[in-house]
Design a protein around this ligand. Sequence first.
Ligand SMILES: NC(=O)c1ccc[n+]([C@@H]2O[C@H](COP(=O)([O-])OP(=O)(O)OC[C@H]3O[C@@H](n4cnc5c(N)ncnc54)[C@H](OP(=O)(O)O)[C@@H]3O)[C@@H](O)[C@H]2O)c1
Length: 253
Amino acid sequence: MSLNNKLAVVTGGSRGIGAAIALELAKRGADVLVTYTSNQSKAESVKDQITALGRRSAAIRADQSTIDVGKVVLKGLQESFGVGAERKLDILVINAGISSRTPTLDFELEKFTSFMNTNVRGPMLLVRDLAPFLSSTGRILANTSIVARHPAPDQDAYTASKAALEALVRQWAYTLPDHYKGVTANSFAPGPVVTDMMKGYEALFDKVKEDTPVDRRLGEVGDIADVVAWMAGEESRWITGQSIQLNGGRLML
Ligand SMILES: NC(=O)c1ccc[n+]([C@@H]2O[C@H](COP(=O)([O-])OP(=O)(O)OC[C@H]3O[C@@H](n4cnc5c(N)ncnc54)[C@H](OP(=O)(O)O)[C@@H]3O)[C@@H](O)[C@H]2O)c1
């Protein structure tokens, strides 16, 4: 298996795209720690499915909007997987994120701040605290969105946060290898994918399908997980600082 005995973290692994990524990494041989913020039972279910595949797993509450998120995840890795001098972290998938309508003309400071805290500050803190524990084939993979490069109705603060995250990933790709040799950092940018996050946006689906040359459909979580799992392995070693567009051709760069 391509990820045999690798150790991975997937933030927001309790549902949606993150759950699919966590399971795909485990199917390819990785042990996986998943984080969640409120859905403990769903996170535990993902953990149980990973364990049933014969891999080790843990599910911990680690709110990505908080200042101590990196330290909480590191503690979980140390307690459940013995991360330290001997065992390193191979794969850090920063997937958790929040989205809702945030048009500039209805600017709300509280919403803007919570987007930035969860989608930008949290990822920075995770990398600050976990990078020293990455292995020499360490992979950082951050879930941005098509909106980082392509406008979407009323998604202003969300778009700003995802574009900032994409830029941060390039910074990590550029600077981290000076400290941690072999580490790569890339973002992956899904187009619309059928998950809880897309509830309430059904009116847009027909247009999305029309604009998507491959299959004329929305994305499914497996479309994303398959690519991320490949990016997590050693064969992606020469790809860094990139934003991998996963949208069935809706946006071609
Ligand atoms: N769905 C799409 O069309 C789409 C497209 C492009 C990019 N994305 C990105 O993909 C990522 C996952 O989205 P999804 O569609 O899978 O959403 P989802 O089904 O709503 O799942 C969100 C996941 O993130 C977790 N989460 C939310 N806030 C968190 C926080 N503060 N701390 C820790 N975990 C948190 C949730 O945990 P709980 O279960 O505990 O709430 C859940 O596991 C997001 O970054 C999103 O921006 C989604």
